[in-house]
Design a binder for this molecule. Structure first.
Ligand code: NAD
Length: 260
C-alpha cells in the first residue's frame, strides 16, 4: 500500500472531493484525519472509512479559525505520532458579477481558500519540521488557478493565489523534506458544483443543460466531467511521491479543458 501508516489530514473531507481523497488514502493504508466544519458530515466520512476496514478520525474545525486549526492539528499529531500529509481542500464558491459582488462575500471566499490553506499548512509544517521525516502538502486548486470564468472573481483570485502559496511552501519546506503541490481539477459533480448550475443558469439566462454543455464542459476534449476517482488518484500519486523531484508543481485534472 502506498501510504501505509502515514497520518494524513484532509480538510473539507465531509463531502465531495475531500471525502473521496480521504477514502482513497485510507484504502492505501493511511490513518486519516477527516476534518470538516460540518460535524455530521465529517463523522459520516470517517464511519464510511471504518466500515470499509480503514482507519479514520472525525475532526470538527473551521479552517479560518487560527486557534481551532492549531488545536485540532496538535491533537491529531499527538494521537497519531505526527503528520505526514496535508490536503488543504475545504472550499466554497460564490457566483456573482463583479459589479454586484459584496465585499463580505469576496472576503469569505478568500478566507476559506487562502487563510484556510495558510493556517493548516503552517500548523502541519511545524509538526513536519519537528518530526524530521519530511511530509507532503497538497493544496486543492482548480482549472480556475490557471484561467478565469465570469461570475467567479473571488474564487478565481483565491485559486490563483494557491499556486503562489504552493510554490512558497515548496521553497521553504525543502529544507526539512516537505514537498508542496497543487491539484487543479476541472468540473467534478459535487454539491459545490450542483449548487452553482441553477445559479449560473439564472445569471446567464440559459437552461441548466446549456450551463453544463456550453459553459462548464465546452472546452474539454470530450465534454466529460472529471470524477472524484480521477482527483483522488492524483492526490494519492502526489502524497506518495517519495522525493523532492516533484514539488512546487500544479497538475490539471480536467479532460483537457486547459492545457499547458
Ligand atoms: P463540497 O461543497 O462538496 O465540499 C466542500 C467541503 O468543505 C464541505 O464538506 C464543507 O463543509 C467544507 N468546508 C467549507 N468551508 C469550510 C471551512 N471553513 N472549514 C472546514 N470545512 C469547510 O465541494 P467540492 O466540490 O468537493 O470541493 C472541494 C475542493 O475542490 C474545493 O476547494 C473546491 O474549490 C475544489 N474544486 C472543486 C471542483 C468541482 O468541480 N467540484 C473543481 C475544482 C476544484
Amino acid at each position: 500500500m502506498l501510504l501505509n501508516d502515514k497520518t494524513c489530514l484532509v480538510t473539507g473531507a465531509g463531502s465531495g472531493i475531500g471525502r473521496a481523497i480521504a477514502q482513497a488514502f485510507a484504502r492505501e493504508g493511511a490513518v486519516v484525519g477527516v476534518a470538516d466544519l460540518d460535524a455530521g458530515a465529517a463523522e459520516e466520512t470517517a464511519t464510511s472509512i471504518r466500515d470499509a476496514g480503514g482507519r479514520a478520525l472525525a475532526l470538527v474545525v473551521d479552517v479560518t479559525d487560527e486557534a481551532a486549526v492549531d488545536t485540532v492539528i496538535d491533537q491529531l499529531a499527538a494521537s497519531c505520532d505526527g503528520i505526514d500529509v496535508l490536503v488543504s481542500n475545504a472550499g466554497i464558491q460564490h457566483i456573482a458579477a463583479l459589479t454586484e459582488l459584496d465585499y463580505a462575500d469576496w472576503q469569505r471566499v478568500l478566507r476559506v481558500h487562502l487563510d484556510g490553506s495558510f493556517l493548516t499548512s503552517r500548523a502541519c509544517l511545524r509538526h513536519m519540521r519537528a518530526q524530521g521525516r519530511g511530509g507532503s502538502i497538497l493544496l486543492m486548486g482548480s482549472v480556475h488557478s490557471k484561467l478565469a470564468s465570469p461570475l467567479k472573481a473571488p474564487y478565481v483570485t483565491a485559486k490563483h493565489g494557491l499556486i503562489g502559496l504552493g510554490r512558497a511552501i515548496a521553497r521553504e519546506g525543502a529544507a526539512y523534506g516537505v514537498r508542496a503541490n497543487v491539484i487543479c481539477p476541472g468540473f467534478v459533480r459535487t454539491p459545490l458544483v450542483d449548487r452553482q448550475i441553477p445559479q449560473q443558469a439564472e445569471e446567464l439566462g440559459m437552461s441548466e443543460e446549456d450551463v453544463v454543455s456550453r459553459v462548464m464542459l465546452k472546452d474539454t476534449v470530450d465534454n466529460e466531467f472529471s470524477t472524484l476517482d480521477d482527483v483522488a488518484r492524483a492526490a494519492v500519486f502526489f502524497a506518495a511521491f517519495p522525493t523532492n523531484a516533484l514539488t512546487g508543481q500544479s497538475l490539471l485534472v480536467s479532460h483537457g479543458w486547459h492545457m499547458e
